[in-house]
Design a protein around this ligand. Structure first.
Ligand SMILES: Cc1cc2nc3c(=O)[nH]c(=O)nc-3n(C[C@H](O)[C@H](O)[C@H](O)COP(=O)(O)O)c2cc1C
Length: 263
């Protein structure tokens, strides 16, 4: 016999319900189970309102125009479509937008094998242009839960800016596309944070600033880490109206933060 402790914290009971099945599985496999919960640290259950965050009073900023670069890599167009809504949101909030893509690193032969359509016509960003902007919204598809090599190659070209601290204090946000619903949009943001941290770039998460993020009635890409779409394995699913609406709000909210930082 072996002994396993199942230790939980569950405010509303969901984790405790899951724990019942965990215990069942452990016992089926012959374990002796110790079932515990950690101590509560709150004095009394809070009157928790899920949308309290988005109801917070909005501040109107009357400050200088900010210039935001929207920089993408998109192999099949999903990220570029999301970027259109990001740009709409930025412009709604009064930002000047520079729209760029990073350089392709794959050969035409490989791209053809991957059935990649022709590239969009946005100018290719170079590292030396980055200091011109007040902030950046990077959009890219997930590759194994992290940024694609094309975006990483661009990040890797920013060493001289890093040496000078040229981007320190500027804000950046990220938006995404994955093939599947749980394909790693959050992991992609998370694994990009070291690039931002090393530059001293301030990561601006999206938070839950759009009610669609609480909508579980259908597949909706995006999270607190940024807007996102779910492309399907064959790329057949296009960004939905709700995903695009989230992207507009990310653009707007990001511009507001950038303005505050630039003020
Ligand atoms: C090498 C490779 C790795 C990928 N890894 C993932 C992954 O980890 N999770 C996922 O959901 N999709 C993954 N995908 C699918 C892409 O994310 C999908 O093609 C992309 O979101 C489409 O966006 P785009 O049209 O802007 O290129 C991968 C695709 C390739 C080619």
């Amino acid at each position: 016999m072996f002994k396993v402790f199942v230790i939980t914290y569950s405010m509303y009971g969901h984790i405790n319900k899951m724990a019942e099945s965990i215990v069942e599985g452990l016992q089926k496999a012959g374990a002796e189970v110790g079932r515990y919960q950690v101590a509560e640290t709150l004095s009394a259950p809070r009157n928790y309102t899920r949308n309290g965050y988005s109801n917070a009073p909005r501040t109107q900023h009357r400050c200088a125009m900010v210039k935001i670069f929207v920089i993408t890599y998109s192999m099949y167009g999903h990220v570029n479509k999301m970027a259109e809504s990001i740009v709409t949101g930025l412009q709604k909030a009064g930002a000047e937008v520079g729209r760029f893509q990073v350089a392709e690193t794959l050969s035409d032969e490989i791209l053809a094998k991957m059935h990649a359509p022709a590239k969009a016509s946005f100018p290719i960003i170079t590292a030396s242009q980055l200091p011109e902007a007040d902030g950046y919204l990077f959009g890219f598809p997930t590759r194994y839960g992290s940024a694609p090599a094309q975006m990483k190659a661009f990040f890797d070209s920013t060493g001289s800016l890093w040496q000078k601290g040229a981007l320190a204090g500027k804000p950046a946000g990220i938006f995404f596309s994955t093939a599947s619903q749980h394909g790693g949009q959050e992991a992609t943001a998370f694994s990009t944070l070291p690039f931002l941290a090393h530059h001293g770039i301030i990561y601006v998460p999206f938070g839950y600033k759009h009610p669609h993020l609480f909508d579980n009635s259908e597949v909706i890409g995006g999270s607190a880490w940024g807007a996102g779409t779910v492309a399907s394995g064959d790329g057949s699913r296009q960004p939905t109206q709700k995903e695009l609406e989230i992207a507009v709000v990310q653009g707007e909210e990001f511009a507001k933060v950038a303005k505050k930082l630039a003020a």
